[in-house]
Design a protein around this ligand. Structure first.
Ligand code: MN3
Length: 197
């Protein structure tokens, strides 16, 4: 099979002024598309033909893993945002888990920003659920690395590579992380990914 660029789950100007249509033109239309194009070029003969994206990520290595990881991570990034998102209006199933596992929203927010700022160079900051313990965790990963390979289920992700925010925020990663949390997070989507025991 080959992979295709997923449509954004909103109009490309729907998150403005927090994330501009110009950012989506480049980040979704060019960066994300390029990872898919290279992955599709590399898949024939790789032994991974016909596998789902998630299955492929678990088996791929090297350059092909990097393309597939970027495809998965960016796809979740688009779904992690929504118009009029962010803030503390979190469905109770997830809000209760944030309280019990992460010490509450304010603690989560501070940790998410610290880990997002602490990721040197390209990478991601995530809210994940560990599949073994069932507990929520805030983690960062470098480059194309993806929590799926660490037995964790991603609930939401923010891209902290400069191309995610340079058009709208220039070099101000802290401002971008503030805006992501306060105005963009799609808490309903994150809650649908939560496994409730
Ligand atoms: Mn990116």
């Amino acid at each position: 099979m080959s992979f295709t660029l997923p449509d954004l789950p909103y109009a490309k100007d729907a998150l403005a002024p927090h994330m501009s249509a110009e950012t989506f033109d480049y980040h979704h239309g060019k960066h994300h598309q390029a990872y898919i194009n290279v992955a599709n070029d590399m898949l024939p003969g790789s032994g991974l033909e016909g596998l789902s994206l998630e299955e492929s990520i678990m088996k791929a290595e090297g350059k092909l893993f990097n393309q597939l990881g970027q495809h998965y991570n960016h796809s979740l990034f688009w779904e992690s945002m929504a118009p009029n998102g962010g803030g503390k209006n979190i469905p109770s199933a997830l809000s209760d888990k944030i309280d019990s596992d992460l010490g509450g929203y304010d603690s989560f927010r501070a940790d998410f920003i610290a880990k997002g700022m602490g990721q040197f160079g390209s990478g991601w900051v995530w809210l994940v659920q560990d599949n073994a313990s069932g507990k929520l965790e805030v983690i960062n990963t470098a480059n194309a690395d993806c929590p799926l390979t660490e037995n964790k289920t991603p609930l939401l992700v923010c891209d902290v590579w400069e191309h995610a925010y340079y058009i709208d925020y220039r070099n101000a990663r802290p401002k971008f992380l503030d805006v992501f949390l306060d105005h963009l997070v799609n808490w309903e989507n994150a809650t649908t990914r939560l496994k409730v025991e």
